[in-house]
Design a protein. Structure first.
Length: 82
């Protein structure tokens, strides 16, 4: 049986753990990918949406664990990358 990941209190503790631990011995299934956003957001878009659509977007963003504007930005990025 694989071990649970320890609770780490700082970025430094996490870096030390990753540098020294054999991660194959740990259960990594609860982890999920995180997108880091480094590009500056210098342009603004204003749009009018039906209230029901915005509510659905906010619900989906909440389930994904991200702010709704970031959720919309990711949806746009996914749409143009296809």
């Amino acid at each position: 049986m694989k071990r649970k990941l320890p609770s780490l209190s700082s970025d430094q503790a996490a870096a030390e753990f990753v540098a020294t631990a054999d991660l194959t011995a740990y259960n990594l299934t609860p982890l999920r990918p995180i997108h880091f956003e480094f590009a500056a957001k210098e342009a603004r878009v204003n749009m009018r949406l039906p209230g029901e659509l915005l509510a659905a977007v906010k619900t989906a963003a909440n389930k994904a664990g991200v702010p709704y504007q970031r959720f919309i930005r990711r949806a746009l990025e996914d749409a143009i990358s296809r």
